[in-house]
Design a protein. Structure first.
Length: 273
């Protein structure tokens, strides 16, 4: 018993040493993959963090915006814009009148309207002769898309959108700031009902003067369309020249002229004179 006791201790000590070495060897390889995976996770998170701000910056000035569908006598017209850097780079009609003669008018009008929208960077474009309804619907949907574009730019980037958001910020702030009078503002007057349809005028005001006027609504259909095409451009010019609603009526378009002046006065009242 006395002789075996020291040997047993040696055996036990040796077994413990071997077990310890085995444990160390088994733990070391397991720790390396964990360290490697932890090291690999950091670059991935950094890349993701870098991509997110970039995506946000692109969304503020680049993307597509689709206007509301505008119903016309011959079908719906809906415009989609491609925007880059706050500017229209492409315009297209995702909906347009179809069937019979409408196909021919759509093929004639839409390409021209698309080009004018990109060139003008606004909804102030000329109607295509022979496609009045399609042109009117196109401009309404285009204006809707532009309004959405400005709202999106204003909410995401605030004042960084520059001149593209100056009209929306000006209309919301009114004359609360002293420098607001120096900025261009867009104001839309009340819709005025006439015997032949609704007339509604929108004006752009800068430094207290009308720099642009246009009718966002005017009588349509039959003879009314002809009178609208005849009278509205003249009324727009007179509004800018006079700077007031005291303008002459266009001969042969008395109702449209009267409605125009009433809506113009309403816009001027909102603009502060």
């Amino acid at each position: 018993m006395r002789k075996s006791h020291p040997i047993r201790r040696v055996v036990l000590a040796t077994a413990a040493t071997v077990s310890g070495v085995v444990l160390l060897l088994s733990l070391k390889p397991a720790s390396d993959p964990a360290a490697a995976s932890a090291a690999g996770a950091a670059p991935q998170q950094t890349a993701a963090a870098q991509e997110s701000p970039q995506g946000g910056a692109q969304a503020a000035g680049t993307g597509t915006v689709t206007g509301d569908a505008a119903q016309t006598q011959y079908g719906a017209v809906q415009v989609r814009l491609t925007v880059a850097g706050g500017k229209i780079t492409k315009a297209e009609a995702v909906q347009a009148p179809k069937g019979g003669l409408s196909d021919q008018k759509t093929e004639l009008a839409v390409p021209k309207l698309n080009q004018e929208a990109v060139a003008a960077q606004s909804a102030q474009i000329d109607a295509v002769s022979g496609a009045t309804y399609t042109s009117t619907g196109y401009k309404k949907s285009l204006q809707s898309a532009l309004d959405k574009m400005k709202a999106s730019a204003g909410s995401s980037s605030g004042s960084s959108s520059g001149s593209s958001s100056s009209s929306s910020s000006g209309s919301s702030s009114g004359s609360s700031a002293g420098s607001g009078a120096a900025q261009a503002r867009t104001v839309t007057g009340k819709a005025v009902q006439t015997q032949y349809g609704t007339v509604q005028v929108r004006i752009t005001v800068s430094n207290g003067k009308i720099t642009k006027a246009d009718a966002v609504q005017a009588p349509e259909g039959g003879l009314s369309s002809q009178k609208t095409q005849l009278s509205v451009p003249k009324l727009n010019q007179e509004a800018v020249a006079a700077g007031t609603a005291n303008i002459d009526s266009v001969s042969g378009a008395t109702y449209t002229s009267t409605g125009y002046k009433q809506s113009l006065q309403s816009a001027l009242d909102q603009a502060g004179g």
